[in-house]
Structure formats: C-alpha cells, structure tokens
Write a protein that binds this ligand. Structure first.
Ligand code: FHN
Length: 427
C-alpha cells in the first residue's frame, strides 16, 4: 500500500508542476547545442553532380527528389564513427547545457527505432543502431539535458504529411498522419528515452488549434516536466517563444525565448559550406542574446560518418574557453535593466550584480549614464583576485542623470568579450 500511495503522490506532484519549475533548468542554461542530423548529411548539399545553394537538410525538396529515390539513401547511412561521448564533450566543452537533436526532420526519417514507421535508423539502415538512444543515454550519464526536435507538420516521406508537392497529390489526410505517425512517434520519444528536456516542434503548417492542442496534451500527459518549444502552431500557447532562425531581437522580448542559430549557412551538413562565424562573433552573439534575456541554441551538422565537423568543434572550443572564464555572466543571468544596445557592448544582470560585456574596449575612461543604484565595487571577471577598479559617481544636473566613470585597464582583457562586474546596491 505505501508504494501505491507513493506512486499516486508522485504522479499528482508531477501533474502540478508549475511553469517556473518546468522552465528553471532552461532559464539557467542560456546556451544549448542544436544538432541537425539525418540522411541529408550524405548528399551534403549536392545531388547528381549539382550543388544546391540552400540549406542542406532541404535538399530533398530543393532537388525535388522522389521519395523512392531519397529513401535509398538509408541503405548507405552507416555512421560508424558516431561517438555519443564526443558529441556530449563538444557541447560541454563549449559551455552548452542542453542538446536538441533532430529526431525526425522534414524528410520524415527517424533517427530512432520506431514502430510507427520503418523509415528509421534501426530498420532501414545498415547501421541498425538507435542514435537517439545512444545520445540520450550519454546525456543522462553526464547530466546534460537531452531534447528532441520533431517536425510535426512537414513530412516529405508521407502522402498525408505536408509539403511534398512533387510526389503526392494535393489532397491530404493530415489528421491521419498525426494519428499514425506523429503521435505514436512522440509517444515513443517520450517513453523510451528517459526524462526529456523538451520537444522542439518546428514550422507549423495548416495545423488546427485542436490538432496542436492534442500534441501539447500528449507531451504533458507523458512527461509533465518536458518543455514545449515555440513553434507548435494552431495558436496554442507553448512554454516559450522561438525567434526566427538566426534572428536576434533589437531589445528584450517579454517572457522566455530562444534564438535557433547556425554556425555557418546551413543546419544539415554541407561539404562546401565553410562560412563559419568566428569565435569572437559567436561570443558576442551569446552575450547579446543573454543581455536581452534569451537563450542561444547554436547548431552543428554532423557528417554522414557521424562526426561533428572539425571546424565546428574547434570554433566551439574557443567559445568554451571564453565561457570557462566568463560563464558567471551568462548562466542564470537576466536581461539588462537598461534594455538598449550600447555602442560598446551590452549588460547581463543578476541580483546585486551587473555584467558589462565589452565588444569594443573603450579608449580612456568609460562612462555609464543613468544607473539608479549605488555601486559598491567594480572588477574584471577574468581577474581571480577581483582587484577593484577605480570609479567615480556623480550626478549630472543638466541631463538629470547619475554618471559613473570607470578607469579601465588600457588593454582589453579579452579579445572576444571583456566582462566588467559591478556590484551594486539592491537589485
Ligand atoms: O525548415 C526548418 C529548417 O530546416 C531548420 O530545421 C530550422 C531550425 O530552426 N527550422 C526550419 C525553418 O524555420
């Protein structure tokens, strides 16, 4: 009897999880890894000798590849070099706190064993092993949140899924696709892989309110603590908002939000895309997003052999080097109370502290106008001794503003983002 009571209590407490409780780990994390990986990593941007300039994971649609032909790729998909430890290490080394991997992208191919569709990594490839399982197990072992991207509307493999207009007639039974593929697969994902941080739905197309609500209800029923990302559709409220791809708002957006972003110009691997953002640019973007109160979900696109491209690993390691010194300014941080973009950088905050992230190091003394609280101490985040920097506070009557003048070292302490900590009175 006590066990029964315990189970009843457990399920009741799980049902009553609050929004703040569900979101806490995600708000603390601020930085996550997106992984776009699937059959499209084989053509890697090229089909029948022709290079397609658009994003790699869209090659099936862009090259109008018939389902029968595209499905043949599964027979070649054998990512024997895949090492979940290496994936998790790359994320952790960058300072990322969660991993969101494509469990099924628009091409309809499941990277997990599915009884709902044979078009999956275990049943359709010579590899025969469940990628999602291996990665989820490793994430659980290493205490990093595992989240699943799932394309709920577009499915180019299914006659009743949306958006394949080159193979299938216009008429669709979208409800049937939801009932026979989406819901069974979501059930598998939320049942067979332990605790899931989030389901990352993508690009709603013609999904009704009731249909979207039924997906939300399913996630809530199976794992009440699992976050539901912004792009569910149907006007149904989700746990947070996704901005457009690579879109960073100019100012704070109220509530929780995340920027899904690429390292180069594609999500899925493309052999000829070397347009990598520099570690400095990425660090500035990370700081900037945090200073507006958002999360940064930064993508890698593994190859068909199962490795994250070396350039991505190297660039992320540089960002991680910065994070090792400066993560206090990012994890669990809040938006800047100023809510403006400065020409020198931006600000993240925590109770009693402001973190000034300089993208451009000032020449001479630095001035900050309009602070409303008293400053107690100022130091460089990279200085373990927290040696105080000299500062002066004054009230400038003609602009009715508090002015803070800080004497900074001549040289920027960091070539990417230099962080100055201000301990302040109150919040
Ligand atoms: O069409 C997809 C695209 O392939 C990629 O998955 C991105 C990631 O945010 N989402 C869609 C476009 O918004």
């Amino acid at each position: 009897l006590p066990l029964v009571l315990l189970m009843l209590f457990k399920s009741a407490s799980a049902q009553t999880i609050t929004q703040d409780q569900r979101m806490q780990w995600w708000r603390d994390a601020r930085f996550g890894m997106f992984i776009h990986w699937g059959l499209y990593s084989i053509p890697a941007g090229e089909w029948k000798g022709k290079e397609y300039p658009q994003i790699g994971e869209w090659i099936m649609k862009n090259a109008r590849i018939p389902v029968a032909e595209y499905s043949e790729l599964a027979k070649q998909f054998n990512p024997v070099k895949f090492d979940p430890k290496a994936f998790v290490a790359t994320a952790k080394n960058a300072g990322m706190k969660y991993i969101t991997i494509t469990s099924k992208h628009h091409d309809g191919f499941a990277m997990f064993k599915s009884n709902a569709s044979p078009f999956n990594i275990v049943d359709a490839t010579p590899y025969h092993k469940d990628i999602i399982k291996q990665l989820a197990d490793e994430c659980h072992r290493q205490g990093i949140k595992i989240c699943f991207y799932y394309s709920q509307s577009r499915d180019w493999h299914e006659p009743n899924g949306l958006d394949n207009d080159w193979d299938f007639p216009k008429e669709r039974n979208f409800q049937q696709y939801l009932d026979t593929k989406v819901k069974p697969q979501l059930t598998e994902l939320l049942t067979n892989y332990g605790e899931i941080g989030m389901i990352w739905f993508d690009t709603p197309m013609s999904i009704s309110k009731d249909q979207a609500q039924s997906l939300k209800d399913l996630v809530r029923k199976l794992q009440p603590a699992c976050i539901i990302s912004g792009r569910l559709g149907g006007g149904v409220e989700t746990d947070y908002q996704s901005t457009g791809d690579n879109v960073i708002p100019a100012a704070t957006i109220p509530g929780d939000w995340e920027v899904p972003a690429t390292l180069n110009n594609t999500w899925g691997y493309k052999k000829n895309d070397h347009a990598w953002k520099s570690p400095g640019e990425l660090t500035r973007l990370l700081f900037d997003i945090a200073s507006k109160g958002g999360n940064y979900l930064l993508n890698v696109g593994p190859t068909s052999e199962g490795v994250i491209p070396e350039e991505s690993v190297k660039i992320l390691a540089r960002v991680g080097g910065w994070m090792k010194v400066n993560n206090e300014a990012i994890y669990s941080s809040h938006a800047s109370p100023f809510n403006v973009e400065f020409d020198w950088g931006n600000i993240t905050s925590k109770p009693g502290k402001l973190y000034l992230g300089f993208y451009n190091w000032p020449k001479g003394d630095f001035y900050l106008e309009g602070l409303k609280t008293k400053v107690k101490k100022i130091y460089l985040l990279s200085d373990p001794a927290k040696k105080p920097l000299t500062f002066k506070e004054s009230y400038v009557k003609d602009i009715d503003h508090h002015r803070l003048q800080i004497t900074l070292p001549k040289m920027a302490p960091d070539s990417m983002v230099s962080v100055v900590v201000m301990e302040i009175d109150g919040k």
